[in-house]
Design a binder for this molecule. Structure first.
Ligand code: LIP
Length: 261
């Protein structure tokens, strides 16, 4: 059954990606959310409506949880976790680093994940226990063992006080690693870990829809995706890294209280 669900999610992601890429108005209607820099556009809402409409048509009994307001319990035991535009600020500025992220979860966790970059056309996917793929080709994480040679991705919140703390953490991390990349979309950061474009990723403050699909894709590509001190990956902190790198990175982040404001 998961093959059919993956096909459904892939088709929906590509439909939303086409909408975002080809029907982006020259002037986006913008509103703000948690802070003045936390924006949502009319295209975020349009893409989420399209995703819910297309998925619900095939799966009327499933639940929905979306960044822009979709929130339905469902009766099937399956819930679609949607980020219609992950990397909204990049979309607003015309930076080609945003994604449509579709996860499906059951009572045991994530079942499938699909992340599509509308500009590059790249589509990452995974089914629980069946590996991770980029455009249908199998992908695996890098296997570095030396943190000092690791290329890390991270991100920052919208709240100024949290950003100050995240800068403090970054100040300690940056000299201990090869370098840092800040792409601006968590789902693409997690997919970058999955296909070896970066060695690891960490960020505090991710919402379920940021993590759902990309977290499964990274895990199925061989990454450990967790929080600190045995806690699961979540809003406190997400660390995605190859097994050999996870411990040293987690130790460095814990020493700098990266899971605290
Ligand atoms: C984004 C995340 C990213 C984070 C950004 C922003 P959004 O999500 O994917 O990792 O660093 O600040 O939260 O708001 O574009 O959906």
């Amino acid at each position: 059954m998961t093959n059919e669900l993956l096909t459904l999610a892939t088709d929906a992601a590509r439909a939303a990606a086409t909408l975002l890429r080809d029907q982006r108005p020259s002037t986006l209607q913008i509103a703000t959310k948690s802070t003045a820099t936390d924006v949502v556009t009319d295209m975020d809402h349009a893409a989420e409506r399209l995703l819910v409409q297309q998925l619900r048509a095939a799966r009327p009994d499933d639940g929905f949880l979306g960044e822009e307001g979709a929130d339905e319990q469902g009766t099937s035991g399956l819930t679609w976790v949607l980020d219609p535009i992950d990397g909204t600020v990049n979309y607003l500025y015309g930076i080609p680093g945003y994604a449509v992220s579709i996860g499906l979860r059951d009572g045991s966790g994530m079942v499938i994940g699909v992340v599509c970059n509308p500009v590059s056309g790249e589509l990452w996917s995974a089914q629980r226990g069946q590996g991770a793929f980029l455009d249908g080709h199998p992908i695996r994480v890098n296997e570095p063992t030396d943190l000092a040679m690791a290329l890390l991705a991270t991100g920052f919140g919208y709240d100024a006080a949290r950003r100050a703390r995240q800068a403090d953490v970054l100040r300690s991390v940056l000299p201990r690693v090869r370098d840092i990349r800040r792409f601006g979309a968590a789902s693409l950061d997690l997919c970058a870990v999955a296909c070896g474009r970066v060695d690891a990723y960490y960020e505090r403050g991710l919402k379920p829809w940021d993590l759902a699909a990309g977290g499964l894709i990274a895990e199925e590509a061989g990454a450990r995706v967790d929080g600190l001190a045995g806690r699961p990956a979540g809003e406190d902190l997400v660390i995605a890294a190859p097994q050999a790198l996870f411990g040293p990175l987690a130790e460095l982040l814990a020493a700098n209280r990266a899971a605290e404001d």
